[in-house]
Ligand binder design. Sequence first.
Ligand code: FES
Ligand SMILES: [Fe+2]
Length: 394
Amino acid sequence: MDREHRIAIAKQVLSMLDKDEIEYGEESREFDIGRFTDKERFEREKQEFFLKRPQLIAYSADIPNPGDFYATEIVGKPILLVRSKDGKAQAFLNACRHRGVKIAEGCGHAKGFTCPYHGWTFGIDGSLMSVPSRGAFDDDQLKDRDLIPLPIAEDIGLILVHPQPDGHVDFDEFFGPMKAHLAGYHFEDLRLVQEYRAPARINWKHAVDGGVEGYHVPYLHPETVGPMTLPQFLHLDFGLHHTLVSVGPDIAKLRDLPESEWPEYCNFSVSNAIFPNTVIGAGELIAFFQRSEPSDEPGKCDYIFRTYGWGRNATDEVKARDKMIADLLLKVALDEDMAVQSSSQIMMEAGAVPSIILGKREQNVLRMHINYDKLIGHDAAATLRAEKFAEAAE
Ligand code: FES
Ligand SMILES: [Fe+2]
C-alpha cells in the first residue's frame, strides 16, 4: 500500500477514535455448521478452492538467492520452491521421478537434490542429472524424467503456485485491487525468524476466520495483544481477499505530528486473508505467514505459522527483539486462538452447536463464508431451514 493509502487509513481510524465509533458491517447472519464438519463439503472445498486455483504459498524472501529452496505443501501435495541461477522462482512437485520419494525437506541452499532412496540427482532447474547404475534403464526411459514443474508467478515479494502442472496463474488477476494494497510493504525484504508446522485439530477455515476478525481480541487476549489493541478495527473487502486493519494506542500520537512526518507504517498493522487459506500479517516490527492446509478430515489441518523481521541484515539486538515478538505471536496463535478454535470445532462435531452466527463486527468472516458458499453452490439459509424442520419433526 502506498503512503497516500496508508495516510487515508490512519485518518479514517483517527476520525473513528474522535467520534468513539466502532465499525459495524451491514448485516449479521446465521450459518450451518456443515461448513466445518461435513466430509463431502470438505472434499469439495479441497477440489474447488485449493486444487483448481493458484495458492499464495510463500514470500519471495523464503528463497532469496539462487539455489535457495523451500519445501512446503498444498493440501498434502508436496511442493518444492527453488530460486534458479538466473534469479527466477521455480516450483516443482517435490517427488522423485524414479519411484516418487520426496527429495527435499525444510529449507536451505542446494546445488541439486539427491533422492534418499536410490540416489537419483536433480539439478536446481529440476533436470535429472544423474542416475546410479544408469545402464539398468533404457535411455529413452530416462528421457522426460525431470521434476514436474508447476505454474508459478512472483511479484511484490509474494509467490503464487498452481498445484496442477497445467493450471493457470496470473498474479494480477488473482490479487485484483488487493495488489496495490499489498505493494509497498516490501515483502521481499523479510527475514525468517522462525517456523512452526504441526497438525492442528481444527477445520482449516477457523484459522483464516481468526486472522481477520478483531471482535474477539480484548476477551481472548487480555494478557497478550488485547491491551495493545484498540477496538477501532477497519475491514477492507477485496472480493475473495479481505483485510483487517488493527491499531494500538500509538495511533493517537499521529495527531501531534504534521502528516509529512507520519512514520511509514502510520502506527497500524494489517492482517490479510488471501483466498482460500493464507493469512499474511504485516506491522512495523514483524510480519507473519500462516496457512492451514486441510488434511484428511474436516476437523484437521496442518498448521504453518512463519514469522519474519524486516531487513535482510539485522543486528543481534534486532534479531533478539524479533525473536521475542515472534514467540509472543506464536503463543497467542497456539495457546489462545487455536485453543478456542479447537474447542469450537470439537463442540460442533459433538453436535452441541446447531448453527453459528456472524455479527456486524465479524464482517470479513461473514463475507468469506458467503463467498465459500457461492463458489460451491451451497445455500446456507435453505440448509438451516431444512435442519430446523427435521429437528421439529423429531
Ligand atoms: S525413488 Fe528416488 S531414486 Fe529411487
Ligand atoms: Fe486472536
